[in-house]
Structures are given as C-alpha cells and as structure tokens.
Design a protein around this ligand. Structure first.
Ligand SMILES: C[S@@+](CC[C@H](N)C(=O)[O-])C[C@H]1O[C@@H](n2cnc3c(N)ncnc32)[C@H](O)[C@@H]1O
Length: 229
C-alpha cells in the first residue's frame, strides 16, 4: 500500500475536518471515539486503521475504472482515499440523505470532481447489470435490513471479473462486542441481525466469488474477492 493511501487512512479525521461523534468514533480519533472503540470494539487506532487498510487493498493504487461505494455514510473513511484516485469514476450511495450530505460536504471540501452521490437502497440498486469494476462496502452489511438482497445486488451490478471488497461486524469473535451489539446497537436501530461469523462469511464468498481473501480484526471482518469472468 502506498504511503499516500496510508496517510489518507491515518489522517482521515484531520484531513476532512470530520464532523462530530460518528466520524471521531469510526476513525478512532477523538477522545469519545477512542473510548467507544476501546469499550465496544476492544480496538485502538492502529487496529482500526489496519482493518481499513486490509479492506482497501482490493482497490489498485492508480485505479481508473468505475467504483460504487455503498453505503457511503458520512464519507469520513473514503473521501480522503478518493483524493488519491483522481482517474476513477466514483459513485457513492446511501439510504440516508443526512449521512450522505456530510459526505458531499467532505467531497466539496476536498474538491473531488470525480465523485457523484445518489440516495438509494442497496437492496434495489439503480444501476444496470455489470456496471462497476469495484463495489466497496464499509460497515454496511451489519446495518442492512435485507442482507440477501444486498449480496444479490452487489453481485449483479459488478462487471464479470469485478472486485467486491468490504468490512463489517461479525459475531462470535469478542464477547463484550457481541453484548454491546445485542443490547445497545440493535436496540438503537444501528445494527440489524442476522450477522455473519468469520466462518459463514468466508463460506458465502467462496461459493459466489473467486480469489477470496478474508480475515478479521477482533469483531470486524474484512474481505476482497472477484466475480467470475
Ligand atoms: C454504520 S454506517 C456506515 C457508513 C460508512 N460506510 C462508514 O463506514 O462510516 C451504515 C450506513 O448504512 C446506511 N444504510 C442502511 N440501510 C441501507 C440500505 N438499505 N441501503 C443503503 N444504505 C443503507 C445507513 O444510512 C448508514 O449511513
């Protein structure tokens, strides 16, 4: 991974002027964000950066094709990375206009000209079959209500030979995290069961995709795989 991308990941919060609690938490950057990472996820910033690096390793350094990111959320993790991909044609989709507005503001702040935004449902993606070279999904599948539809749609909109990479919560890796997910995150509506385990995720991807690479850092699984040609 290039120094430029590593720095984009490490400095995401600083670079985009991250806004608020969510951005601080997901980048493990602010005092409150670090506390949540430690308490809920048993992770420090180095570990958070590490799973992101693994996930983004599926995107070539000088990528110039079409990439779909779903869900983009507030864009805190990816807008700085897109700054390093000026030749790519990037589409960001999310169900929540409020989250996406924050991503759009970051894209404007970073003067990204190659990133477009669209509100929509991952379970019914508004794109033709075989549209994208890469689909990137960070921290989304544990939130999606209809995960089977999401998996189907990602596969459908990928070109043959295209790459699917992402990361999300998997259960059964850390008891304290599982407790918080069940008793707090689900109740607040942030997460929706059922969840994958590391084992079930690898099995699912290996059934559908080729060249599967997958692993986990505590309760976050990351993966990269390729749709058959
Ligand atoms: C935990 S956030 C992750 C955002 C971002 N990728 C990140 O890592 O910070 C989950 C996002 O999933 C979005 N979401 C939930 N259900 C969705 C759906 N059916 N289609 C598209 N986005 C959805 C939510 O609006 C929210 O922005």
């Amino acid at each position: 991974m290039s120094v430029e991308r590593k720095e984009a990941i490490r400095g995401a919060y600083r670079l985009t002027g991250g806004s608020g609690f969510y951005d601080g938490m997901i980048t493990c950057s602010t005092l409150s964000g670090k506390a949540v990472c430690r308490l809920v996820w048993a992770m420090n910033k180095t570990e958070c950066d590490a799973y992101l690096e693994k996930t983004l390793s599926g995107i070539p350094e000088h990528f110039s094709g079409r990439l779909l990111e779903v869900p983009v959320g507030t864009g805190i993790l990816t807008m700085p990375v897109y700054k390093t991909l000026p030749e790519a044609d990037i589409t960001c989709l999310d169900y929540s206009p409020d989250m996406m507005k924050q991503a759009q503001e970051k894209a404007e702040h970073l003067q990204l000209r190659n990133v477009t935004f669209r509100q929509g449902d991952v379970g019914a993606l508004p794109y033709n079959d075989g549209t994208f070279d890469i689909v990137l999904s960070l921290n989304g599948f544990h939130a999606f209500p209809d995960k089977e539809a999401a998996y189907r749609e990602v596969l459908r909109v990928l070109k043959p030979g295209g790459t699917f990479c992402g990361c999300f919560y998997v259960q059964g890796e850390h008891r304290r995290t599982d407790w918080f997910i069940r008793h707090a995150y689900e109740k607040a509506g942030f997460f929706t069961p059922p969840y994958e385990t590391v084992f079930s995720l690898k099995g699912r991807l290996e059934q559908t995709y080729e060249a599967v690479r997958a692993g986990n850092l505590k309760s976050i699984a990351w993966f990269c795989c390729r749709k058959a040609k």
